[in-house]
Write a protein that binds this ligand. Structure first.
Ligand code: OXD
Ligand code: MN
Length: 581
């Protein structure tokens, strides 16, 4: 592989700091992957699964304190605190390096340092970007093989000697006390130490494609978003592409590969987590998925909730922290209605129902996207796909209607900025707490979020026909605690309404917060959904919204003068409309 002198110099510096016993340059080949798997089977990092029912599938059990993203240990190390903004943790670059350097010093002694050149985005795309990460974890190398395009293809896409994001990763001693995930946007640099967990350690994903990516996107005039990409095909074979932002572990992977309950309608999968989007020469928003695979949440993935996902992980998959059946198959809560007898839990102990879930709530599967039965034939098109609609979805048991549409781009950016959600097991900390999560980017925006809102508004001005913007909430509950909307395959009904809104054929009723489906415009054929239940799913309660907007106003307050005027004006206008309603 040809390596540029800048890459080599950086790798030498990493080795001088971490002192590995040897350095291996990864080529991304199958032989390399197989060799890594073999080594991990030998040392117990991987356990084999049933080779008849789950061929080439393996189980990895992580350190029990290294099971999710650790946002409190994740920092944007920009020049000034204000550049990171009030929603990010900030450290000066010098302080961050001073703190983490001792944990990297000699951390790879008597271990191998793997150098992973990786490409984010399809080969041949002008949007694709290169990273070079080093790591001392074979699990990370194998996972990077599945999640990114590793090897010479990466180096070939460099547009200059220093056109790469450098990533220094070491598992250190896996202690949360010596763990930091540090981003240096001005130096195109990531440092991650003390964790082997996907979101902390597969540096192409959250660190590069979102945090550093969003900061580059602002400078260069594009968008790096926490969004799935899906193509919705109607019975005539016309495909409409949508991108949807949703917080971690809130049904994004399920929606990305949804199997439609509506005859004649189907969905094509292009990505399940990240979209890079830009305005083309005709003023059209286009998107690529920078990733090559899926790092999905296992619990609640089942033939009912995600049939394609369940099929896709039956071969060539690395499972992390799931439970194990006596016949060597992976298992997680929700996979089957009843847990099989004789389960071993995610920590390798005989499972007792009283001891909590058998699979960790944030247990995962890692698998190539090409294995998904609904993968779109054009998912690696270097030109990306044209995006006609954007969706902001969150997990809220109250207040937020099933679906509504923004009045225009600015109002849509406001709705995205106003998102809040109930926390999940994808991050360490309390589950089920409502927190603000604008555009599902709270943990991933690499700069001041007020500037991020302004950047979104600016993109709108360059679009000749801005995508319609929708807000969804599959998780609203009725007074008896049940979900008001059945979700999963039935979500296609909502997607169909969006497609028809984009085409100008579906009707909507205006409310103070946006336009909800007019009675009869959401296709409910074959679904036992009483009209009053749908009305409760779509209800806009003025009192609830007024108090939600008070909370939003407080959130905005921390941005001070940096908050773009169109956002505060839209908040004020919404308040007025609610007052008048
Ligand atoms: C993920 C996440 O892993 O958002 O995609 O945490
Ligand atoms: Mn995600």
């Amino acid at each position: 592989m040809s390596r540029t002198s800048v890459v080599e110099k950086w790798v030498d510096e990493a080795a001088a700091l971490t002192r590995p016993s040897r350095t291996v340059w990864c080529d991304g080949s199958k032989a390399e992957y197989d060799g890594l798997v073999e080594a991990m089977l030998r040392d117990g990092t991987l356990l084999p699964l049933n080779s008849r029912t789950y061929p080439n599938c393996y189980l990895h059990r992580s350190h029990p304190q290294d099971v999710a993203r650790t946002e409190q240990l994740t920092y944007i190390c920009a020049g000034a605190r204000d550049d990171a903004g009030p929603t990010n943790n900030w450290m000066s670059p010098a302080d961050a390096k001073a703190k983490a350097t001792p944990w990297f010093r000699g951390s790879m002694r008597s271990r191998t340092m793997y150098v992973i050149p990786y490409l984010m985005g399809p080969a041949g795309s002008a949007m694709s970007r290169v990273g070079v990460m080093v790591t001392d974890s074979e699990y990370v190398v194998a996972s990077m093989h599945l999640m990114t395009r590793v090897g010479p293809v990466a180096i070939q896409h460099m547009r200059g000697d220093d056109d790469f994001i450098a990533g220094l990763h070491s598992i250190g001693d896996l202690s949360p006390d010596r763990r930091l995930i540090l981003h240096f946007p001005d130096e195109k640099l990531i440092w991650s130490v003390g964790s082997g967990y996907g979101g902390n350690a597969l540096l192409g994903k959250k660190c590069h494609a979102l945090r550093i990516g969003s900061s580059q996107a602002r400078q260069e005039g594009w968008l790096a978003e926490h969004m799935l990409i899906i193509g919705v095909e109607d019975p005539e074979g016309r495909v409409t592409y949508l991108a949807a932002a949703m917080p971690s572990a809130s049904g994004k992977t399920n929606l990305a590969m949804v199997v439609s309950s509506l005859p004649g309608w189907r969905a094509w999968t292009l990505g399940d987590d990240i979209a890079w989007m830009w305005v083309d020469a005709h003023g059209q928003l286009r998107a690529i998925n920078p990733e090559r695979g899926f790092f999905g949440v296992a619990p609640n993935t089942s033939p009912k909730t995600n049939p394609n996902g369940t099929t896709m992980v039956r071969s060539n998959t690395i499972f992390t922290n799931v439970a194990l059946t006596p016949s060597g198959e992976p298992w997680w809560e929700g996979l089957t209605p009843e847990p099989p007898a004789g389960l071993v839990d995610w920590q390798g102990r005989p499972w007792q129902p009283a001891s909590g879930p058998a699979a960790h709530p944030n247990s995962r599967f890692t698998v190539l996207a090409s294995q998904c039965p609904s993968i779109a034939p054009n998912w690696e098109d270097p030109q990306g796909v044209p995006i006609s609609g954007l969706i902001f979805g969150s997990r809220r048991s109250a207040v937020i209607p099933l679906v509504f549409e923004a009045f225009d781009w600015t109002h849509g950016v406001f709705l995205g900025s106003a998102m809040s959600t109930e926390t999940t097991a994808a991050i360490t900390g309390k589950v089920g707490v409502v927190r603000r999560d604008p555009m599902a980017m709270l943990p991933f925006c690499g700069y001041n979020m007020a500037e991020y809102f302004a950047h979104w508004l600016g993109i709108g001005q360059r679009l000749s026909k801005p995508p319609r913007i929708f807000r969804v909430n599959w998780f609203r509950r009725d007074a008896d605690g049940s979900f008001l909307w059945p979700g999963y395959g039935e979500n296609m009904r909502v997607l169909k309404w969006m497609v028809e809104r984009i085409r100008g054929t579906a009707r909507a009723d205006e409310t103070p917060i946006g336009s909800i489906p007019a009675p009869g415009s959401l296709d409910l054929q074959g679904l036992a959904m009483p009209a009053d239940r749908l009305a409760r799913a779509l209800r806009v309660d003025s009192a609830e919204w007024s108090s939600a907007l008070d909370d939003l106003g407080e959130f905005y307050g921390q941005f001070g003068q940096r908050l773009p005027a169109p956002i505060s004006k839209t908040l004020a206008a919404t308040r007025r409309k609610l007052g008048a309603a």
